[in-house]
Design a protein around this ligand. Structure first.
Ligand code: ZN
Ligand code: ZN
Length: 346
C-alpha cells in the first residue's frame, strides 16, 4: 500500500484509523506504519489501555514528553526518510510542530489510505453494524409510543439517547435529530424546546454505536392524517429511495446511484429541494468514505456499508427524508434498517 508513492513510513493521526489498524480505542495516540512494522505511541494516560487492547502485532511505545520528539527518535533509528502523514487530520499548528521536529525527513501529505481500506467491512464488522442498526430499530419502536402533541423535540431526543444506552449501545453515533413542523425543513436540525402539534411532520434521525461501530437511520411521523401535499412528497421520497435501493450493486458508481434517486425527484420539479448527497459510508464513523453524491466516480463494492437517504425540503413547510442503512454482499444488497417505511400516522 504505502510503497506506491515512495513513502517509507506512514504516520496515522486519525484516532479511528488507529483503532482500525491496532484495535486501540483511546483518543490520543500516534501510529507509525512501515513496510515491516507498526508502532503505537501513547502517553502515560493510555499506556495500560493500549496494552490491553492492541492486537495485530503493533509495538507500543510510551511517550515521556512530546509525541513528535519521540517520533523523531523512532524514525532516526529506522534509517528511512520519506514519511507520509494524514493531511486531513493534522491542524496547522501541529503540522508546524511536526515539520520542526522532522526537518531531516521528507514529509508527504496523504489522504484516504486507511479510509479506503475501512470502507470494505469484514464479517465481524458487519455483525457489529447490524447490531447497532438493530438497536436503532428497537429505540425507534419504543419511542414511537411517546410521540404526541405537546411533547418537546428535546424530550424525545433525550429519551432516544437513554433508550440507546439501555438497549446496549455505547452512545449515540451523532447528535440525535428530532425536527418537527417547519424545523424539519433543516436537514440537520438540532432538537429544540418546540412542542409537537397536530399536523406536524416529525423527522427522527438517529444512530447508535455498538462496539465502536455506528448505525444511522431516518424515519418520518405525521401527527394526524397528512394532507395531500405531505403524502405526495412522502411518496415521492420513498419511491426515489426504493429505486436507489433496487439499483445498488457492486460496480455501480456512487454518482450513478445518486442520479437514479435524484432524477425521480427532479422529474417532479423538486431538484432544488434535494440539496444533499444520497448517502455516505458508515463504520467506525457515522459519516465515512465513500460519499454517494453527484460527480462521485468511486465504485460501490461488496463489503461496503452505506446509507440511502434522499430528502425533499421546503422552507416553512418542512422536510421529508427516509434513510436506511445497507450492506452490499456477494448475494446482493441487505437492508439493515428494519423499521417500517410507510409514513407513520399518529
Ligand atoms: Zn441519518
Ligand atoms: Zn446519514
Amino acid at each position: 500500500m504505502i510503497s506506491k508513492r515512495g513513502i517509507e513510513a506512514l504516520l496515522i493521526l486519525n484516532p479511528q484509523n488507529i483503532r482500525y489498524l491496532s484495535n486501540f480505542s483511546g483518543s490520543v495516540a500516534l501510529m507509525l506504519v512501515t513496510m515491516k512494522d507498526s508502532l503505537l505511541l501513547v502517553d502515560f494516560c493510555y499506556l495500560e489501555q493500549a496494552r490491553h487492547e492492541v492486537k495485530g502485532g503493533s509495538d507500543i511505545k510510551l511517550v515521556e514528553s512530546n509525541f513528535f520528539d519521540e517520533l523523531r527518535l523512532t524514525l532516526d533509528g529506522l534509517n528511512l526518510k520519506r514519511v507520509g502523514f494524514e493531511s486531513e487530520h493534522l491542524t496547522y499548528d501541529k503540522y508546524v510542530n511536526l515539520y520542526e521536529n522532522l526537518k531531516d525527513f521528507k514529509l508527504m501529505p496523504t489522504r484516504g489510505f486507511v479510509e479506503i481500506l475501512r470502507s470494505i467491512k469484514d464479517k465481524e464488522e458487519i455483525e457489529k453494524i447490524s447490531k447497532a442498526a438493530h438497536i436503532s430499530d428497537q429505540v425507534f419502536k419504543e419511542v414511537f409510543g411517546l410521540i404526541k402533541p405537546g411533547i418537546a423535540e428535546v424530550e424525545i431526543a433525550t429519551e432516544i439517547e437513554y433508550l440507546m444506552r439501555k438497549f446496549g449501545a455505547e452512545k449515540a453515533s451523532f447528535e440525535t435529530i428530532v425536527a418537527s413542523g417547519s424545523n424539519s425543513a433543516m436537514p440537520h436540525a438540532r432538537p429544540t424546546e418546540r412542542k409537537l402539534k397536530k399536523g406536524d411532520l416529525v423527522k427522527i434521525d438517529l444512530g447508535a454505536v455498538y462496539k465502536g461501530y455506528c448505525s444511522d437511520m431516518t424515519r418520518m411521523i405525521v401527527l394526524g392524517q397528512p394532507d395531500r401535499e405531505k403524502q405526495k412528497i412522502y411518496n415521492l421520497v420513498l419511491s426515489a429511495q426504493e429505486a436507489a435501493l433496487s439499483e445498488a450493486r457492486s460496480g455501480i458508481s456512487c454518482g450513478e446511484l445518486d442520479g437514479i434517486a435524484r432524477k425521480i425527484i427532479a422529474d417532479e420539479g423538486y431538484s432544488d429541494n434535494f440539496g444533499h448527497n444520497l448517502g455516505h459510508g458508515v463504520g467506525l464513523e457515522a459519516h465515512e468514505y465513500p460519499t454517494l453524491g453527484p460527480n462521485c466516480d468511486d465504485l460501490l463494492k461488496n463489503g461496503m456499508v452505506f446509507t440511502v437517504e434522499p430528502g425533499i425540503y421546503f422552507k416553512d413547510f418542512g422536510g421529508v427524508r427516509i434513510e436506511d442503512l445497507v450492506v452490499l454482499q456477494d448475494d446482493g444488497l441487505e437492508v439493515l434498517t428494519k423499521s417500517p417505511k410507510e409514513l407513520m400516522v399518529l
